[in-house]
Design a protein around this ligand. Structure first.
Ligand code: TIU
Length: 227
């Protein structure tokens, strides 16, 4: 059992029953010319978290922990993209339109690829999701249950959209979920701050938050004997 300093209180987990879930660290959100930019956002804010994400991913892999990567990506025929999503936001380029990194938010296009610094390794799970939440219309729940996963440590973008939605879905499905504060980012710094607050308010109503340093320190410290 590992225990880390977290907010609103300590978070305990066992590596074998915990998955590191990396939400949508893909070019469409982090690089210019993708979906994030098409919505009018300054995407340069997001890349600041990449080094911390890399440190956590490296430590998690070295410890032998399970890793799940998600990508927000639609089928090429957009049959999984409801008009309510495609028409939203009055963007310069809509989902499915051809942009500088291929068709916006479409699976298999360059923009849907996970950024080079966080490329999945063979054996790691990669889930394409059509919605904000990682559980909606994906095999994630079945996969985690089959693997005996009860705890989820989240990183990724954006904090108040796909990360928060996924954490709320996880909470409703009974997972103990923790979000790494310096491994998540929003196009709106105030939304990130508010999201961290609301997730852990009311005694951790949705889950916990901690820094990557707090997680890495718990992972490198002496392990407690398992009960
Ligand atoms: N627009 C925005 O902030 N986010 C998304 O559309 N998707 C994710 O957060 N991945």
């Amino acid at each position: 059992m590992m225990q880390l300093a977290a907010r609103p209180f300590a978070y305990s987990f066992e590596l074998k029953s915990t998955a590191l879930v990396i939400i949508d660290m893909q070019r469409d959100f982090i690089e210019p010319g993708g979906f994030g930019a098409s919505l009018g956002n300054d995407v340069s804010l997001l890349s600041a978290i990449v080094p911390a994400c890399q440190r956590v991913l490296a430590a998690w892999r070295a410890a032998g922990g399970r890793v799940v990567h998600t990508r927000e990506a639609h089928l090429p025929d957009l049959s999984d993209c409801p008009p309510a999503k495609r028409d939203r936001g009055n963007p310069a380029l809509r989902i499915g339109d051809a942009g500088p990194m291929g068709r916006i938010l479409v699976a298999g296009e360059p923009g849907s690829e996970i950024i080079a610094q966080l490329q999945p390794k063979p054996g790691e799970t990669v889930i394409d999701k059509p919605g904000k939440g990682a559980f909606h219309a994906t095999p994630l729940q079945e996969l985690l249950q089959r693997s005996g996963i009860t705890h989820l440590v989240f990183m990724g973008v954006t904090t108040e959209v796909c990360v928060q939605t996924s954490m709320r879905e996880a909470n409703d499905r009974g997972y103990d979920a923790l979000l790494l504060e310096d491994c998540t980012e929003s196009y709106f710094p105030q939304f990130k701050a508010s999201t961290l607050e609301m997730l852990r308010a009311q005694g951790g109503i949705i889950g916990w938050t901690a820094t990557s340093a707090e997680l890495l320190s718990a992972m490198s410290g002496p392990q407690r004997p398992q009960r």
